[in-house]
Design a protein around this ligand. Structure first.
Ligand SMILES: NC(=O)NCCC(=O)O
Length: 421
């Protein structure tokens, strides 16, 4: 039987009833299924599904990725508060000189809790209230490192270009951080909290920032989004500047982590830089919509995990957020009041090319995975990408490329007839 998604709230401001794609319903489900994986699992014969799945999500150490049973309280919470919960385990090969280094990592995806017309403080507090049971479920499941979605404490209002949404911005130690610091302390958990930041010490400027909260509730540091989208309705450059924090890796009680915020996932050198600084897990907290990026979503982070020999946790928000005033996209198409559907589908990728099935396309969710960090070095030794890379050659090209007098290295076939422009 199809596991139907919940209906999204009817939107009185919607134009027509166009759909994102043939099989995608307004509620965000795929023909009534919450994810591609679940659709395939229900539609294919088991032996065919097994083969499809081997190719689609790969094998971890040569075996089908194991699922993990979670404590009863986490499962009860997921049905009481209606969020998807799934748990897996990435193994590494047994080593003779190192003990396994297994950490339990969690990702949370969610929709906003109140309409965007509600008072801002109510909206923010309602999101916190909604997330609390999901974080409690993560804590009860023994999650060591948890990451939330991009700008989790607000609607993703950057499509509107209206400046009033700047009010959601908070200093690094603001209300959202304090809320999570308590939970980090309570559950001895590192929490990565991506927020819209207001830098009170530098002219109250705005940034898209991930705050890294240590397992004692301390603020370890922050990283600011390096790449700002200029695509579709992602008018984020209206609000904040390109990050100035480089590519920090945070050494936490549970491993070395980094954060590549949303649009940074389209930049292989951004992923590389976190790898060069020694990251073992890179989070990609995102906000992106179906029509724009869904075919890219399962590929980019997984590829980054493979080529950089680290784990990646990809998170995308859920639902359709409708704004009070319609806006246009500068493409001649009619004005509209929403971005489109944020398709969730959060997932983990491992350095051995395996990945978890993704969370729901239309419901809040908590994805948990154990991961043996020894797998990172094992894959470095196996494939030798770090050793075979020609960094000196790339560095030379890049240093020339950034100069005004750069000319591309193109060798023209002398037999080609040069056409006049
Ligand atoms: N939040 C954000 O950077 N979104 C851009 C769209 C995308 O990268 O898919």
């Amino acid at each position: 039987m199809a596991d139907l998604c919940n209906k999204v709230e009817e939107n009185p401001m919607e134009n027509g009833d166009e759909k994102e794609g043939e099989g995608v319903s307004r509620d965000g489900s795929l023909h009534g299924f919450e994810s591609l994986h679940r659709l395939l699992s229900a539609s294919l014969k088991p032996e065919i599904f097994k083969e499809v799945s081997r190719l689609l999500v790969g094998l971890n150490c040569g075996r089908v990725l194991e699922t993990v049973a979670l404590p009863e309280s986490a499962v009860t919470h997921s049905s009481k508060y209606d969020f998807d919960v799934q748990a897996f385990c990435f193994h590494a090969d047994k080593e003779l000189l190192r003990q396994p280094r297994v950490v339990r990592v969690g990702l949370i995806q969610n929709s906003i809790a109140l309409p965007t017309t509600a008072p801002f403080l109510d909206q923010k507090r309602a999101i916190m209230q909604k997330l609390k049971p999901v974080i409690d479920a993560a804590g009860a499941s023994g999650v060591n490192i948890l990451c939330l979605q991009e700008a989790w404490m607000m609607p993703f209002a950057f499509c509107t270009r209206e400046k009033r949404w700047c009010e959601f911005a908070e200093p690094i130690d603001g209300e959202s951080t304090q809320f999570l610091q308590d939970l980090a302390r309570k559950y001895n958990m590192v929490i990565v909290s991506p927020i819209l930041e207001r830098d009170v010490n530098h002219g109250e400027t705005l940034w898209n920032t991930a705050v890294v909260i240590g397992n004692h509730g301390n603020i370890i540091g922050k990283h600011r989004k390096n790449h700002i989208p200029r695509v579709g309705d992602f008018n984020e450059s209206t609000y904040y500047m390109e990050g100035n924090t480089g590519h920090p890796v945070f050494e936490t009680a549970y491993g070395k982590i980094a954060i590549n915020i949303c649009y940074g996932r389209h930049h292989p050198l951004n992923w590389l830089a976190f790898g060069l600084n020694g990251a073992e897990i890179v989070f990609n907290p995102s906000a992106t919509v179906g029509e724009l990026s869904e075919p890219m979503w399962p590929i980019e982070a997984r590829n980054a995990a493979i080529v950089n020999s680290y784990y990646v946790g990809s998170i995308n928000r859920v639902g359709t957020e409708v704004f009070p005033n319609p806006f246009t996209s500068g493409d001649g198409k009619p004005q509209h009041a929403d971005f489109g559907h944020f398709y969730g589908s959060s997932y983990f990728s491992a350095p051995d090319a395996s990945c978890t099935p993704s969370l729901s396309r239309c419901r809040d969710g908590l994805l948990i995975s154990d991961m043996d960090l020894n797998l990172c070095r094992q894959l470095k030794d196996k494939w030798g990408f770090r050793m075979t890379a020609r960094y000196d050659m790339y560095a030379e090209l890049l240093s020339k490329y950034v100069k005004a007098e750069f000319e591309p290295q193109v060798i023209i076939d002398p037999l080609l007839q040069k056409k006049a422009l």
